[in-house]
Each structure stands twice: as structure tokens, then as C-alpha cells.
Write a protein that binds this ligand. Structure first.
Ligand code: SAM
Length: 282
């Protein structure tokens, strides 16, 4: 049952996992859901500024108001530059937003590897606009740890998207060398690896170390950026491929997007100096 919020708890505080000196507060209309699963605590709240929010272990994952920025920018740069993306895997992404964006192209198959089935159930209930693609016949949902899945999967993919939680809890395995080495081998020769790589301003070292790991596995590695206000500002993604340089998009994007367009594509790969140095180092 939705829980009315008492005047004493009208704000939701998102504490930072990387700094004790940082938090972000959202004024709450209503608390809609809270449960503890074997993997994490799932909460859904309705807020004045961002609408409904999905929160995992106290960290904002998705908001109704700005999820388009994150999901479009995770998906479209790679989909636009790959010559023929047909087989796609999404690791994490149980809210459905990434699959929804991929389905704007004529793909043959999407595997969604989400460790926590309850994230999908709760998103189905509270975020139907995000999960509408999950029932598509081309989508196979596999509820397991992405780090185990990469070891068992035998097929090859055109693009693998890592749409995970932060690199703590179950998401920590998805930035380890072991996972990246095996995962990179699941790509076709012109395949693309794209991961959400956190806030580059506050945890520049994370972006740096992830970059270094991918540079051992891929010839082309590029960081790109988007503005996601509910995540605290600028957000980074990392693109990697043996053959495809994302700087020259080949196709026009699907109609009806709200963030991504050809100008943003080019602009998002332009980095401020503090990141440019990191991204160009080996
Ligand atoms: N937009 C998001 C962000 O950056 O805040 C990511 C959202 S999506 C909900 C992240 C999902 O990754 C969660 O549902 C979580 O259960 C899933 N996840 C975390 N670790 C995982 C793992 N090792 N294998 C598969 N899924 C995982």
C-alpha cells in the first residue's frame, strides 16, 4: 500500500557512496514501495521535481523526468555507429529503459541479464513506460549474475551494454578484469562494448581505471558524457570496439528522441581537459 509521508520525512536523502561530504535531497510526495531482496533494497518514491524514482540501496537508478537522457545516451551512440546491430545483450538494466531504446531499431534478439527479478517486477508495476519493451518476442530475460552469465554464454553479440548499478554490491563484479576479459570475447569482430561509467567529476579515478582495463582489451576506447541531473550532474559512458570509431556516425537516429541527436553525438565525445588526459592515457 502506498505510504503517506509524514511532515517529518518529506525529503529523501541520497547519500553518496564515494564521499561522506555529499548528499542530494529530493522533496517527496509519496513513498510507494519498499522491499529488501536477496541482492538489495528496492524503493519507489514519487517526488515533486523528478516524478517517480526507482532507488536501489539508497542510490537513484531511474527517474521519470530524466531517464530519457541516460537511456538514450547509453544506447543510441553505439546503435548508430554499428553497421548492422542485430544481436544485443544488456547486463543489468532491469528497469527496461535500455531495452526500450534498443527496440527502436530492427534488431533480431536482445538478452537482458538482470540479477534481481524483483527490480523487473517493481518496474513493471511503477514504471510501465520503461518496461513496455520487455514483453517483446525478441527479448529474453535471464535472471542471473552478469559475471556468471558471461562465462556460460556461447553466442556472439554485436553490442553489449552494461547498464549496472554503481561498482559496489552486486555491481562491483561488473568492473572486474575477470568479467571484462570474458565479456569482451562475447563480441563479434566488429562488436561494441558500452558501459555506464559513473560521475566523472567526483570519481575521476574510477573512469581512469575502467578506461585502462578496456584499453588492454580493445583498440578503440572512448569516454563520452551526458547530463543526468538526478545523478548529480554530468555522467560518463565508455565505448569500446576493435574496429569502430564512434566519431563518425553513419546513420540517422530514430524519430522522437528527447536527448540524443547527431549534434549531441559529436559533442558528447568532446571531453573537458581533466578527462581528456585520462581518456588518452594508456
Ligand atoms: N540507470 C542505472 C544507473 O546507472 O543508476 C542503472 C539502472 S539498472 C536498474 C541497474 C541494474 O543492475 C539493477 O537492477 C541491478 O539489480 C542490476 N545488477 C547489478 N549487479 C548486477 C550483476 N552482477 N549482474 C546482473 N545485474 C546486475
Amino acid at each position: 500500500m502506498p505510504e503517506e509521508v509524514s511532515p517529518r520525512e518529506l525529503w529523501y536523502t541520497q547519500k553518496s557512496y564515494f564521499s561522506p561530504y555529499l548528499q542530494q535531497d529530493f522533496k517527496v510526495k509519496k513513498k510507494l514501495h519498499k522491499e529488501k531482496t536477496p541482492y538489495q533494497t528496492i524503493e519507489v518514491i514519487d517526488t515533486y521535481e523528478f516524478g517517480r524514482m526507482l532507488i536501489l540501496d539508497g542510490v537513484v537508478m531511474v527517474t521519470e523526468r530524466d531517464e530519457f537522457a541516460y537511456h538514450e545516451m547509453l544506447v543510441h551512440p553505439a546503435m548508430i555507429v554499428h553497421p548492422n546491430p542485430k544481436r544485443i545483450a544488456v547486463i543489468g538494466g532491469g528497469d527496461g529503459g535500455t531495452v526500450r531504446e534498443i527496440l527502436k531499431y530492427e534488431v533480431d534478439e536482445i538478452k537482458l541479464i538482470e540479477i534481481d527479478k524483483r527490480v523487473i517486477d517493481v518496474s513493471n508495476e511503477y514504471f510501465p513506460e520503461l518496461t513496455k519493451g520487455l514483453k517483446d518476442w525478441r527479448v529474453e530475460i535471464i535472471n542471473t549474475d552478469g559475471a556468471l552469465w558471461v562465462k556460460k554464454e556461447k553466442g556472439k553479440f554485436d553490442i553489449i551494454f552494461v547498464d549496472s548499478t554503481d561498482p559496489i554490491g552486486p555491481g562491483a563484479r561488473l568492473v572486474e578484469d575477470d568479467f571484462l576479459n570474458v565479456g569482451a570475447n562475447l563480441l563479434n569482430s566488429d562488436g561494441i562494448w558500452v558501459a555506464q561509467t559513473e560521475t566523472p567529476f567526483y570519481i575521476t579515478d574510477f573512469v581512469k581505471s575502467y578506461n585502462k582495463k578496456l584499453k588492454k582489451l580493445f583498440k578503440i576506447v572512448r569516454v563520452y558524457l551526458a547530463e543526468v541531473p538526478s545523478y548529480g550532474g554530468v555522467w560518463s559512458f565508455t565505448f569500446a570496439s576493435q574496429k569502430i570509431d564512434p566519431l563518425s556516425p553513419k546513420r540517422t537516429p530514430p524519430a522522437g528522441l528527447k536527448y540524443y541527436n547527431p549534434d549531441i553525438h559529436i559533442a558528447s565525445f568532446a571531453l573537458p581537459q581533466y578527462l581528456k588526459e585520462i581518456a588518452s592515457s594508456r
